[in-house]
Design a protein around this ligand. Structure first.
Ligand SMILES: Cc1cc2nc3c(=O)[nH]c(=O)nc-3n(C[C@H](O)[C@H](O)[C@H](O)COP(=O)(O)O)c2cc1C
Length: 544
């Protein structure tokens, strides 16, 4: 890329980032109301693609969440249809249906802003028992694969034994329909959540997950079929995001060998149209173009400091139960407190332990440092804290934020958890205001902003913009699950006033930006909603 092109891509990303901020006086450009006639179909299907029904096998997995999230992996499951089915059931599958009056909607193991689910999932596999080599699209509603491509014999030779590839793509229109310009950010957060969801589900099967970060977007599109324009005629585009290697520790197939083998594949199916009409969001088109990732060199694993084992969670639940009971709280009681130990364990779970989920899939330099508004943690002064996830960032943070901050280590916090008190203060009202006036930010035990190094990673490559959001999504997924395991509940908050958060921290440059917010507390259930099991509708249709 020429210096001029690189500079104009950085300018395009910076412009998008600034213009997609919510401000106290005005929200980022949006559609100005919901056009229900054009509400996107939450389920993409490929018409005329052969279907492969998947068995519901997650309930048979007895491994506990504590074992999965603390790296005590079971013997790896055999790579067969039952295990692959559980991988998708526990990552991108439906976790429950909710109903209110005549309305009924599905929830999934992976959360999504506005429950709009822009993320689509694919499997690329060699010949497996009951599954032919090729590319499959996952339909969560039906818990089934659609065979998009049947691979030839050359593909089978190019694909090493011992693993499969999971591919993720985004349909940004799904989010843009409701959120307009800011939707691209939400799609990236959702992708980060999905990446971690796959890593946790794989861990339930004793499998490792690794990001195939060297693949370029064009490579991924060629592998998964997003570049086949005829298959998407009249339908919403899918933007490629990432490929994950799931299985053993062995080498994943290099792009060239696999793409060459895919040339003899037979492609099947055409994408459905999700909305009758669309609004074009040129800002999203521009940021998409500026953040395209070319193929890069495979990076060696980054060294991370050795950490002591993560403390056990309060609740010892089967992983499959905990993953499917994860919900976003819509209301907190404003009284529940958590113990300091539970709080430290949740923070500890956000530190990279690259040998197990979710950090095995994110063995990258940590760029994200949660800035926490602590409200109700027993034994901890309410106030503003920062968890510095990478020691290298401590000095830039001290220089970039308000000079008066205390930067005191928290005396009772385990020494390996780099938690700093900036100021003791009741920040409930500030948290509510910053979070688009959402009461869940004040009525919780703590709320946080994922404060992210910004200029430095963008200076490395513009596609890092996407990865910064992904990292916050991976962190968010860890926090969602750890909150459930601690007997409380979390909610991701994409709606916040960016620069109000920066003003609170005393941040005046773009060395750091807060990219995603979270809140954790004692949830209040909405008694008007009925919860239904995830796949009862399949049983009714006589499917297993
Ligand atoms: C990126 C992202 C942003 C979100 N933003 C908000 C928010 O600002 N306020 C809120 O109440 N919930 C928010 N949520 C929670 C979603 O509404 C929730 O994930 C979705 O309704 C599905 O419900 P579930 O998480 O219980 O499966 C967000 C979730 C994600 C992943």
């Amino acid at each position: 890329m020429s210096t001029d092109t690189a500079a104009s891509s950085v300018a395009a990303i910076t412009e998008y980032h600034q213009r997609s901020k919510h401000h106290l006086q005005r929200y980022a450009p949006g559609p100005g109301g919901l056009d229900w006639a054009n509400q996107p179909d939450p389920f993409r299907v490929f018409e005329a693609a052969p279907k492969v029904r998947l068995p519901l096998t997650a309930d048979a997995l007895t491994v506990s969440y504590a074992a999965v999230s603390r790296g005590r992996y079971r013997t790896p499951a055999a790579l067969d249809l039952d295990a692959i089915a559980a991988l998708f059931e526990l990552s991108l599958g439906i976790s429950a249906w909710k109903s209110f009056g005549a309305s009924r909607w599905a929830l999934r193991c992976n959360p999504s802003s506005g429950n709009l689910h822009p993320t689509e999932g694919y499997l690329v596999c060699p010949d497996l028992p009951d599954l032919k080599a090729g590319v499959y699209h996952y339909v969560s509603r039906d818990h089934q694969f659609e065979r998009r491509a049947l691979a030839g014999p050359r593909f089978a030779r190019a694909f090493p034994a011992g693993g499969v590839i999971v591919g993720l793509t985004s349909i940004h229109w799904r989010e843009a329909w409701k959120y307009g310009m800011r939707a691209y950010r939400y799609g990236q957060h959702d992708c980060g959540h999905a990446i971690a969801a796959v890593a946790y589900a794989a861990a339930c099967l004793g499998w490792q997950t690794r990001m195939l970060g060297e693949w370029g977007d064009a490579d991924i599109a060629a592998l998964l079929g997003q570049d086949r324009e005829a298959d998407f005629l009249g339908a919403e585009r899918e933007e490629t995001e990432i490929l994950l290697w799931v299985g053993g520790d062995n080498a994943a197939p290099p792009p060239d060998a696999l793409l060459a083998a895919m040339r003899e594949a037979q492609w099947l199916g055409r994408a459905n149209r999700l909305s009758p009409e669309h609004v074009e969001w040129r800002d999203i088109d521009r940021v998409l173009a500026a953040a395209v990732k070319p193929r890069t060199e495979a990076q060696p694993l980054r060294p991370h400091p050795e950490l002591p084992p993560l403390a056990e969670p309060l609740l010892d639940l089967p992983a499959a139960t905990l993953i499917r009971q994860r919900r976003s709280a819509t209301d907190f009681d404003g009284v529940t407190s958590i113990s300091a130990v539970a709080f430290y364990t949740m923070l500890d779970a956000l530190l990279p332990r690259p040998r197990f989920a979710p950090w095995n899939v994110w063995a990258e330099t940590p760029w994200v440092h949660p800035a926490l508004c602590v409200h109700r943690v027993v034994g901890l002064a309410p106030g503003l804290y920062v968890l510095v996830r990478n020691a290298r960032a401590l000095d830039p943070l001290r220089q970039g934020l308000r000079r008066e901050w205390l930067w005191q280590r928290v005396p009772d916090c385990p020494a390996h958890i780099p938690l700093y008190l900036l100021i003791p203060y009741d920040l409930r009202e500030a948290a509510r205001l910053i979070s688009c006036h959402q009461a869940i930010a004040a009525d919780s035990c703590f709320a946080l902003g994922f404060l992210t190094e910004f200029d430095a990673p963008l200076g490395e490559a513009t596609w890092q913009y996407r990865r910064l959001f992904w990292e916050t999504g991976v962190l968010g997924q860890a926090l969602y699950l750890e909150a459930e395991a601690a007997g409380v509940r979390a909610t991701g908050m994409g709606c916040f006033f960016d620069d109000e958060m920066h003003a609170l921290l005393g941040l005046e440059s773009t060395a750091f930006q807060s990219l995603y917010h979270f809140t954790v507390g004692g949830a209040v259930e909405d008694p008007r909603l009925t919860t239904l099991p995830p796949y009862a509708h399949l049983a009714r249709r006589g499917e297993s």
